[in-house]
Write a protein that binds this ligand. Structure first.
Ligand code: 13P
Length: 301
């Protein structure tokens, strides 16, 4: 079989394309990417790129966000069915009903959401900046959608605010239970437990550190400790192990594998560049409204 890595590099130059990959992508995809990071970093990178084409190795809402921020670029999602169950847990109609119950209350929308929902929101956030975004609002009450677990964590960091939450969650992070933390603490004495705020509140409470995927990677890199338990999707292990050969990393739960993030393979990236697939489009009126909320996040954070 032909070696796809040099082919991807050649096609990338030919197409003037940039490859962005989320921290959850397969090792073989992270290896060919120009930029690898968390949702916030990738949004900023997509907004500022000079390339004509963005190949977004992640899930649909991420590529859609890139298209909204860079409407003049061609944005490709290599696997068209790579979705996000959390993003599908909310609709614009549902949010409108919630807003009608709390007139005048601003809406903070996690980027793991469809463009229609962003368009109904005042400002977006990612896990890396959610606390900063919510704190920056002058209002005491804030509607926070769609991730209930992230919302709980943010509420704990900004006790002066009342957050009105939506009942959505990441089905992968929700697999982790408090008993899993107890089990790994017994098994790996002295290990540091790092979790993503998409984990349920009872798990987050037991962790030593809570942060976005990139914050977890950065924290482990700087820490003096040698053994870490990782409470987020297993894709982060690639960089953690590559950057820290002297440290050991174990997953908090064997089920921390996002099936959607795992759909994109090196071959998908190659096919995307060859056939210019699958192009993401966002209706202009919707894109304009969603961009307001995304741009406000980029300015605030
Ligand atoms: P980060 O913003 O931390 O990369 O997380 C994205 C995500 O979808 C977590 O499940």
């Amino acid at each position: 079989m032909k070696d796809l890595k040099p082919e991807v590099q050649r096609l990338k130059k030919e197409r003037n394309a940039v490859i962005l990959a989320h921290n959850y992508q397969l090792d073989e995809v992270q290896e060919v990417a120009d930029y690898v990071g968390d949702s916030f970093y990738l949004s900023k990178t997509a907004a500022n790129t000079n390339s004509d084409v963005i190949v977004f190795c992640g899930v649909h809402f991420m590529a859609e966000t890139a298209k909204i921020l860079s409407p003049d670029k061609t944005v490709l999602l290599p696997e068209k069915d790579a979705g996000c169950p959390l993003a599908d847990m909310i609709t614009a109609g549902g949010l409108r009903e919630l807003k009608a119950r709390y007139p005048g209350v601003p809406v903070v929308c996690y980027v793991n959401s469809p463009a229609e929902v962003k368009a109904e929101s005042d400002v977006c956030c990612t896990s890396a900046n959610a606390v900063k975004v919510v704190s920056s609002l002058p209002d005491n009450k804030v509607i926070f959608v769609p991730d209930e677990h992230l919302g709980h964590w943010v509420a704990g960091q900004v006790p002066d605010k009342q957050l009105i939450l939506w009942q959505g969650c990441c089905i992968t992070h929700a697999k982790v239970k408090p008993a899993d933390v107890a089990t790994v603490r017994d098994k790996y004495l002295g290990a540091v437990v790092l979790v993503h705020p998409e984990c349920e509140p009872a798990v987050v409470e037991l962790a030593d550190f809570v942060g976005s995927t990139s914050a977890i990677i950065s924290y482990a890199g700087k820490s003096e400790a040698k053994t870490f338990i990782i409470g987020t999707e297993m894709g982060v292990l690639y960089k953690l192990r590559a950057d820290n050969p002297d440290k050991q990393f174990f997953l908090l739960h064997t089920g921390l594998v996002c099936p959607n993030m795992k759909k994109t393979r090196l071959e998908s990236v190659y096919e995307a560049l060859v056939h210019f697939q699958h192009e993401i489009t966002v209706e202009e009126r919707l894109a304009t409204a969603a961009k307001r909320a995304l741009t406000r996040m980029l300015e605030l954070a």
